[in-house]
Design a protein around this ligand. Structure first.
Ligand SMILES: [Zn+2]
Length: 255
C-alpha cells in the first residue's frame, strides 16, 4: 500500500509500501471495483496527517535513489492515479461526480456515460551526436527552467497529429535550429512529474549550426565524452541514461 499526502509518499519502518492502512484515510484504491485491484494499491491521507514514530514523508524522486527504478515506477504509477482522483472529481461535460469503472481503470460518469482516463503526456527526449572538430560530440543544452549551470539533452512534448520522429525533429529545430537524421528509438520511462511518458531517442546531426531559441534554451554546445559539463541530470532520469550511453560508446556504429 502506497500512502500519499499530496505529492509525498509515506515511508513506514524504512519501507515505501506500508502494511495496513493508516488512520484518517481520505481515499483508498481498495474501495474500488475488483479490476482496480490489479494495480499497486494506494491511499491518500489528509494534509493534517502528521507522521508517527518510524514514519516520514519523502518526495517521489527520492524513491528512485533509495529503492531503485522498479519501485520508483510502481510508486509513480500509483501516485498518478491518486493525484488524478484528487484533482479530477466531476464529469467535465455534465458536472456529475465520477465513479470508478467496473471494467477498466477509467472513471465513468453515471449521468452521461462518458469515461475518463488518467492523463499521460508523451514527451520525446533525444541525444544528438556529431563528428565535430575531430571528435564525436553530444549536443547538450541549458534549459532556462533548469537550475543554473545544468546541461542536458533536448526534450519536448509530442503534439497532436505528430509521429514521435516528427516531434524529435521539430523540437530540435525549434530549440536549437539544427536538422537531425537517423532518429532511432532508445527506451522509455514513465516520469510522474506530473504525468509524462518520456520516449528516448538517439539521432545524428545533419545540418545547421546551434542557435538556441533564447526562450526555452539559453545555451547549447557540443561536448566530447571526456569533457561533459559538471552538472548533468541525476541517474534517475532517462536523460542521464542517454548521456551515459553516449559517453560509453558511439550512438551509431560507422558502416
Ligand atoms: Zn457526464
Amino acid at each position: 500500500m502506497f500512502v500519499f499526502q499530496g505529492n509525498n509518499l509515506l515511508i513506514r519502518g524504512g519501507l515505501p509500501e506500508c502494511d495496513g492502512l493508516p488512520e484518517e484515510v481520505v481515499r483508498c484504491s481498495l474501495d474500488f471495483p475488483s479490476v482496480w485491484q490489479d494495480l499497486p494499491s494506494w491511499c491518500e491521507v489528509g494534509e493534517d496527517y502528521a507522521p508517527r514514530e518510524g514514519e516520514e514523508f519523502i518526495g517521489l524522486r527520492q524513491v528512485w535513489h533509495r529503492w531503485g527504478e522498479e519501485t520508483f515506477v510502481r510508486a509513480g504509477g500509483a501516485w498518478q492515479f491518486a493525484s488524478w482522483w484528487r484533482n479530477v472529481r466531476i464529469c467535465s461535460f455534465c458536472g456529475e461526480g465520477l465513479l470508478p469503472s467496473e471494467t477498466d481503470h477509467g472513471r465513468r460518469c453515471p449521468k452521461c456515460g462518458r469515461v475518463f482516463y488518467t492523463p499521460i503526456s508523451p514527451a520525446v527526449i533525444v541525444a544528438i551526436e556529431r563528428e565535430f572538430e575531430g571528435e564525436r560530440k553530444l549536443l547538450l543544452a541549458h534549459n532556462t527552467a533548469m537550475p543554473r549551470g545544468r546541461f542536458s539533452v533536448l526534450a519536448g512534448f509530442v503534439e497532436p497529429g505528430e509521429t514521435l520522429e516528427e516531434a524529435v525533429a521539430r523540437e530540435v529545430r525549434e530549440e536549437v535550429s539544427i536538422e537531425v537524421q537517423d532518429i532511432r528509438y532508445f527506451k522509455s520511462q514513465p516520469w510522474p512529474f506530473p504525468h509524462s511518458l518520456m520516449l528516448g531517442f538517439t539521432a545524428l546531426w545533419k545540418a545547421g549550426e546551434l542557435k538556441p531559441d533564447g526562450i526555452e534554451i539559453g545555451e547549447a554546445g557540443w561536448y566530447a565524452p571526456n569533457a561533459l559539463p559538471a552538472d548533468i541530470p541525476d541517474r534517475a532520469s532517462i536523460s542521464r541514461r542517454l548521456i551515459d550511453r553516449f559517453a560509453a560508446a558511439p550512438l551509431r556504429q560507422k558502416d
